[in-house]
Write a protein that binds this ligand. Structure first.
Ligand code: XMP
Length: 339
């Protein structure tokens, strides 16, 4: 089953898609600083006094591109952050505080939660959910882009694995390809970098660790972790339980040791009892996996006392939940995500 959202800009001509052989691996702070210096002068040369837009998800690739462009051309860049309502707790707030408040960026923040949830109402098929989210994202990005006059360039966080794995296409890691028909020239300053190099550059640019070392997060966000047709109560339960899981993993020092960890709230209920009264509530499923390439994955052996702390907190703090389960399934047979 093809689970990705269709990518929009496959036919677009790229300048050159080969990492230059002479390019050294960026594996130290001085090399990251050298890359930044060279990259800033290339960006300035390419953009001149032109205007640039960028879809800023808050993921490491688009954040690093934004930080580079802000350094190079300041307010000639407009970052557009579309909150599809499927972000993790605090994520959009962090984008605003880092980029608008700390880096003084031109940032358009669009809270499109109600629009996305409206479009997703009653949509239970996972493929269809991805399509709806991808299409709506592009529509909103286009609407915002058209409001800005004289834009010549579209910046993207394409990285080298995107080029190798998807023929030069950046499936915008939040939600899919970006608009093709607006006639923008592309600006892709990290397109020859591998993920670890992008992180190194992000660190050298002074971005917070929580952004630079962010665990992979699917484009359709919590939408694929709230299985079946998304409802506000279950979406809130996924968001709150995910926040608890992340907080407890950080406290236990597992934050950067486990590759990906999250919670899922499926669309079925079970009986429970609370203060002598029967309940009919949702379960929360915890998933924590390790992998190198996401093609296969093993399950992290979480210490039992930690599982107990997380379980107790979820049951006490998350509304509408009466059970907590731990997913013990490796990939294969299971995928990492539940949808
Ligand atoms: P699966 O579930 O296929 O996931 O084992 C492998 C990796 O891909 C991520 N994933 C996605 N990322 N859009 C994305 O950008 C998606 O639709 C999507 N589906 C899965 C998943 O989180 C894991 O890291």
């Amino acid at each position: 089953m093809h689970r990705r959202i269709p990518e929009g800009n496959g036919d677009r001509k790229m300048e050159s898609n080969r990492r230059p052989e002479s390019m050294a691996r960026i594996d130290s702070q001085p090399l990251a600083e050298k890359f930044i210096e060279e990259s800033l002068s290339e960006i300035k040369k390419k953009i001149g006094d032109g205007k640039v837009i960028l879809a800023l998800s808050g993921g490491v690739d688009s954040s690093v591109v934004a930080a580079l462009l802000i350094k190079a051309i300041g307010k000639q860049l407009t970052c557009i952050h579309v909150n599809h309502g499927l972000m993790r707790k605090g994520e959009s707030e962090q984008v605003i505080s880092v980029f608008r408040d700390q880096l003084n960026a031109n940032l358009v923040y669009v809270d499109a939660t109600e629009r996305f949830l409206g479009k997703l109402e009653g949509v239970s098929d996972p493929e269809q959910k991805r399509k709806v989210i991808g299409a709506e994202f592009i529509r909103i990005f286009e609407e915002e882009a058209r409001k800005i006059e004289g834009v010549k360039f579209l910046a993207q966080g394409t990285i080298y694995p995107d080029i190798i794995e998807s023929k030069g296409v950046k499936a915008h890691h939040n939600v899919g390809g970006l608009p093709e028909d607006l006639g923008f020239e592309l600006c892709e300053p990290v397109k020859f970098l591998y993920k670890d190099e992008v992180r190194m550059v992000g660190k050298a640019l002074g971005l917070p660790d929580s952004m630079v070392y962010r665990q992979p997060f699917p484009g359709p966000g919590l939408g694929v972790r709230c299985t079946g047709a998304i409802t506000k109560d279950r979406l809130e339960a996924v968001r709150e339980s995910d926040a608890i899981l992340r907080e407890e993993f950080a406290k236990a020092g597992l934050e950067r040791k486990v590759w990906q960890y999250f919670t899922v709230v499926p669309d079925y209920r079970s009986t429970g009892v609370r203060e002598g009264v029967r309940s009919w509530d949702w379960p929360v499923i915890i998933r924590a996996v390790n992998t190198t390439d996401a093609m296969t994955a093993t399950v992290e052996e979480i210490p039992y006392p930690l599982l107990k702390i997380i379980t107790d907190r979820i049951l006490a703090e998350v509304k509408g939940v009466n059970r907590v389960l731990y997913d013990l399934s490796p990939k294969p047979c299971a995928t990492i995500e539940w949808e």
